[in-house]
Design a protein around this ligand. Structure first.
Ligand SMILES: [Zn+2]
Length: 125
């Protein structure tokens, strides 16, 4: 019943992961750029104020960057699993995750059944 991914399918998912990874890295680079003050009021802002604005922006972008870094780590784990030949297996029940699902969420580590179960547990909390 469990179907292993074909090489072509795996290559397709790998390409998806790699492009998503590139996107995230660009986004993170953008966030880091934003850490500089967004608007330079040509000297009308004092140094102190500038520093404060910089800190505010840093907090927001820092949070965003942490989220991106988290997703990036998941992508890296998926790519690693691919190299190890373990990609596409549910971490919970060990079944093969269907290609259709992986195509939508290539870095997922759980099959629909386990994910649903988990979500229901979360909803009850
Ligand atoms: Zn499962």
């Amino acid at each position: 019943m469990t179907q292993k991914l074909t090489t072509a399918q795996r290559d397709e998912l790998k390409a998806l992961l790699l492009s998503r990874r590139k996107e995230l890295q660009q986004q993170m680079a953008q966030n880091l750029e934003n850490l500089a003050p967004a608007e330079n009021n040509a000297g009308s802002v004092s140094q102190d104020e500038n520093a404060r604005l910089k800190n505010q922006t840093r907090e927001v972008d820092g949070a965003l960057t942490a989220m991106d870094a988290d997703e990036l780590a998941r992508i890296d784990r998926a790519l690693e699993a691919m190299d190890d030949g373990e990609y596409g297996q549910c971490e919970e029940c060990g079944c093969a995750i269907p290609f259709e699902r992986l195509k939508i969420e290539p870095m997922t580590q759980h099959c629909v059944a386990c994910k649903t179960k988990w979500e229901q547990q979360q909803a009850r909390l």
